[in-house]
Design a protein around this ligand. Structure first.
Ligand SMILES: *Cc1c(COP(=O)(O)O)cnc(C)c1O
Length: 379
């Protein structure tokens, strides 16, 4: 089955009682048993819920995995992965990681005796240098947020496999439409469904997808034991959202290219970060592991003054100033004071995240209107 067909059909069966083509919102906490233990596969909604099952199966199909597990938020999905670890274990991750992931690693799990290393993973030698006998996970985010660095998933998989290390890929920015990390050797894909997957800025949710049965079982145990599961109405919204994922992503990519090229030639713009440019450091890897380059773009204005960036952000009409990304509507943000404020300034600057950096999530409006908005806002 091809991607668009999967987005519409995978995981979803007509409802067995009525034939409803959309999986109903099973707004129930429990399920009646005929005799103790004699039930239809559903006992309690923290453990299983039919609306969630449909979504989990759809996600597993889209990521070319076998098992999907949904969580109340992307961070709850991250939390479940780290709970596979023991005190003393080590994780290697990238130095321009999503701010919330950096925060849960350093402010929560470090206190439980797990050690995190952050390095520029766009250069694999940096990853290799940190591997030791305590390394249990390599945590990749690609493209990275907000600098759009590209990390070689296959290269990381080669390092991980030789040492029995789990490879995790945060696929939130790319989505399975653009890249399927499980095909490239990843063990776990983690997704914030809040972003492109849901796609309509109306729900917060996360998911994991794996191929391995035993790993899925351990994660399902954590999912049920810790209880960070989503409600059925939210599952319904994401299930509805992913039916148009391929169409939306195609337009995000088309508009992203137009916006990136427009900014690139703008006299007031110093630098544009977008993996589709041929002179992007890892463009060749992006070309190999991604189907297209996405609609996330960051840029710095000439002079690199924070006040100029803030003025531009206040001027936008169609790019709304807001946290988050990946919805149908265009958004803009100031990572240094918004999404990445939890990363110490020193660390931010070291990773190349300057105070005047503007991040755009290019939506699926008409490109002409978006370019006109950039024109008037940058001036
Ligand atoms: C938003 C985001 C998350 C966290 O997801 P929530 O749904 O907000 O909890 C994780 N990783 C990336 C790359 C994100 O953009």
């Amino acid at each position: 089955m091809k991607f668009g067909t999967k987005a519409i059909h995978a995981g979803v069966e007509p409802d067995p009682t009525t034939g409803a083509i959309m999986t109903p919102i099973y707004q129930t906490s429990t399920y009646v048993q005929k005799s103790p233990g004699d039930h239809k596969g559903y006992e309690y909604s923290r453990t299983h819920n039919p609306t969630r099952t449909a979504l989990q199966n759809a996600l597993a199909a889209l990521e070319n995995g076998k098992h999907g597990l949904c969580f109340a938020t992307g961070m709850a999905a991250t939390d479940a992965i780290i709970k596979l670890l023991q005190p003393g274990d080590e994780v290697i991750s990238t130095n321009d990681l999503y701010g919330g992931s950096y925060r849960i690693f350093t402010k929560i799990f470090q206190n439980y005796g797990i050690k995190f290393h952050f390095t520029d993973m766009s250069n694999l030698a940096n990853v290799e240098a940190l591997v030791n006998e305590k390394t249990r996970m390599i945590w990749v985010e690609t493209p990275t947020n907000p600098l759009l660095n590209i990390i070689d998933i296959k290269g990381c998989a080669a390092i991980a496999k030789s040492k029995n290390i789990l490879l995790i890929v945060d696929n939130t920015f790319a989505t399975p439409y653009l890249q399927t990390p499980l095909d490239l050797g990843a063990d776990i894909v983690t997704l914030s469904l809040t972003k492109y997957m849901g796609g309509h800025s109306d729900v917060v949710m996360g998911a994991l997808v794996v191929k391995n049965d035993e790993l899925a079982e351990r994660l399902a145990f954590i999912q049920n034991a810790c209880g960070g599961t989503p409600g059925p109405q939210d599952c319904f919204l994401v299930l509805r959202g992913i039916k148009t994922l391929h169409i939306r992503m195609e337009r995000h990519c088309q508009n992203g290219r137009k916006v990136a090229e427009y900014l690139q030639q703008h006299p007031k713009v110093e630098k544009v970060f977008w993996p589709g440019f041929e002179d992007h450091k890892n463009h060749h890897i992006a070309k190999e592991q991604m189907r297209d380059f996405g609609g996330m773009i960051s840029f710095v204005l000439k002079g690199d003054r924070q006040e100029d960036a803030i003025k531009t952000l206040e001027q936008f009409r169609y790019f709304s100033l807001a946290e988050s990304l990946g919805g149908v509507e265009s958004l803009c943000g100031h990572p240094a004071s918004m999404t990445h404020a939890s990363i110490p300034k020193e660390e931010r600057l070291k990773a190349g995240l300057s105070d005047s950096l503007i991040r755009l999530s290019v939506g699926i409006e008409d490109a002409e209107d978006l370019l006109a908005d950039l024109e008037q806002a940058i001036g």
